[in-house]
Design a protein around this ligand. Structure first.
Ligand code: HEC
Length: 157
């Protein structure tokens, strides 16, 4: 079926009136501003993590978990938050504590901004420094436990 010109015009008019689109030139508002997305962290992520997790965080099915629409959900529990730092690829990366904290904030802010609970705090360098000293020897076991919502964080949607 042909896309009739007057329908097209009506669609554009509807889009222009739609508040979600916002004013021309402005980025759409982010629901979660606590997890800053910086250029340096994006660069560090691509260099140190993107080889496995992909630049867009989509991972490799069956091998490397996706971070998209997922990573923020771990922030609903203390254990989950620690897991994000102690998973081996994070804890044992070559990045300094400061830059690693920035990368963790970046992956939440860019790949799953709606995932964390309201008011969740960003990762800080000293928190990351303390937790990364204890990398998980069995990440898969922890992952399985944390991904069962009722057992670990019942409040999670
Ligand atoms: C060599 C490949 C590789 C690299 C490099 C890597 N990861 Fe991972 N990552 C994995 C795998 C595999 C898992 C699944 C848990 C496990 O087996 O360690 C994982 C798990 C994770 C998780 C937990 C996600 C979940 O749902 O379980 C996060 C968060 C994460 N990685 C972030 C990062 C960050 C940030 C970096 C860079 C600093 C990084 N990873 C580097 C392979 C990698």
């Amino acid at each position: 079926m042909q896309f009739r010109p007057h329908l097209k015009a009506a669609c554009w008019a509807a889009l222009a009136a739609c508040p979600v689109v916002g004013h021309a030139g402005e980025p759409a508002p982010r629901p979660q501003m606590n997890f800053p997305v910086t250029d340096r962290a994006r660069f560090d992520y691509r260099l140190h993590c993107g080889g496995c997790h992909r630049d867009d965080g989509s991972g490799q099915p069956g091998f490397v978990p996706t971070l998209k629409g997922q990573v923020g959900s771990y922030l609903w529990s203390r254990d989950g938050r620690a897991y994000l730092v102690q998973v081996p690829g994070v804890a044992q990366s070559f990045l300094s504590d400061v830059r690693l904290a920035d990368v963790l904030n970046y992956i939440v802010g860019d790949f799953d901004p709606k995932g964390p609970p309201a008011g969740a705090q960003p990762f800080a360098a000293d928190e990351v420094g303390a937790l990364r000293k204890f990398p998980l020897s069995d990440a898969t076991k922890h992952r399985r436990r944390l991904r069962t919502p009722t057992s670990s964080h019942p409040e999670r949607p």
